[in-house]
Design a protein around this ligand. Structure first.
Ligand SMILES: C[S@@+](CC[C@H](N)C(=O)[O-])C[C@H]1O[C@@H](n2cnc3c(N)ncnc32)[C@H](O)[C@@H]1O
Length: 302
């Protein structure tokens, strides 16, 4: 495990979401489709100074494989699941996870921004289970910004993800850590397994108020019953998926295109939701050049 700099991050309490993100998740490299060769060169030089040539070539290879898996996102199969986990394990173990690309980093940070704004509208305090928490920065960010999050559980199948999440926790200043004391728990295990559900229920016998799955890389039909198992009866399920919107660049009206896309994904979710006794609403569809970050909220229908 490559340990990154353990600079403690001191987060000032209650600021705007954007100010909070500036402190908690500063952007080292700008990402936008036209950022230009200077920014790309700056990123390349940084990567070469931080990681060995072997790691960078392995990243290139694994990334190609991974992109291939992403293009088959809805054709869930054992092989693509295995390849996906291998890729994630590699980026957590090498410390590459926050630098894989300026775009991925930006997308993760943007996801946290959307969720912070969304959770800010909640009136009651809530418990949160983050299924497939990865590096843990989303769960930690939610806890640090919002005192409405009573307790958060980050669950991941990869020991390397749990190690990185603990590392991210240790990077937070002592004062902020005191604030988080007892409010965060990272649990290693397969969220589809009975054992993990049992372990989780020891902490939250009735389930969590909010169950989050951000970029779970799995089929909704597998995910929804599992998410339901972790939710209490009045709880909400929040999913974050990327959607390919590359055709938007040829659309005569990008806003019409996005409206059409919202309808398509909403119908898809409503159909899947119906099969599992869930009602879904679209929270946000935020375009990011070729992709959109799509956030849905579901609740159990009785
Ligand atoms: C693409 S990452 C997303 C991480 C995080 N949610 C984020 O948005 O930054 C997916 C994560 O889900 C985890 N994962 C996949 N299948 C899982 C399972 N069955 N049980 C627990 N974690 C799982 C992977 O190890 C990986 O860390």
């Amino acid at each position: 495990m490559v340990l990154n700099n353990l600079m403690a991050k001191m987060i000032t309490k209650k600021r705007s979401v954007d100010d909070f993100l500036e402190e908690y998740w500063p952007v080292r490299f700008k990402w936008n489709p036209n950022c230009g060769p200077d920014e790309e060169e700056r990123y390349r030089t940084f990567m070469e100074s931080k990681f060995s040539r072997e790691i960078l070539s392995e990243l290139k290879l694994k990334r190609e494989e991974y992109n291939e898996i992403l293009s088959r996102r809805f054709s869930e199969n054992i092989l693509s699941k295995k390849k996906h986990l291998e890729f994630m394990d590699f980026v957590y173990k090498t410390g590459l996870y926050e630098h894989v690309s300026p775009y991925d980093n930006f997308k993760s940070r943007e996801t946290l921004r959307i969720l912070l704004n969304y959770f800010d509208t909640f009136e009651e305090p809530f418990t949160l289970a983050d299924l497939g928490c990865g590096h843990g920065k989303i769960a930690l960010g939610l806890l640090l910004y919002s005192d409405k999050v009573k307790k958060a559980y980050g669950i991941d199948i990869l020991p390397s993800a749990i190690q990185v999440s603990d590392l991210e926790l240790s990077r937070i200043s002592e004062e902020n850590q005191k604030d988080l004391d007892g409010r965060i728990e990272f649990i290693e295990g397969d969220y589809h397994s009975e054992e993990l559900l049992e372990e989780f229920k020891k902490h939250e016998p009735n389930g969590a108020d909010i169950v989050l799955a951000a970029y779970p890389q799995t089929y909704l039909n597998f995910l929804l019953p599992t998410m339901k198992n972790y939710t209490n009866k009045n709880g909400r399920l929040i999913t974050v998926f990327p959607e390919d919107i590359s055709e938007i660049h040829d659309a005569p009206s990008p806003s019409e295109f996005l409206k059409g896309m919202e309808e398509i994904v909403l119908n898809y979710y409503r159909e899947r939701g119906n099969e599992h006794g869930l009602d879904f609403n679209l929270v946000e569809l935020v375009p990011l050049y070729n992709e959109a970050i799509v956030v849905f909220e579901g609740s159990i229908n009785y």
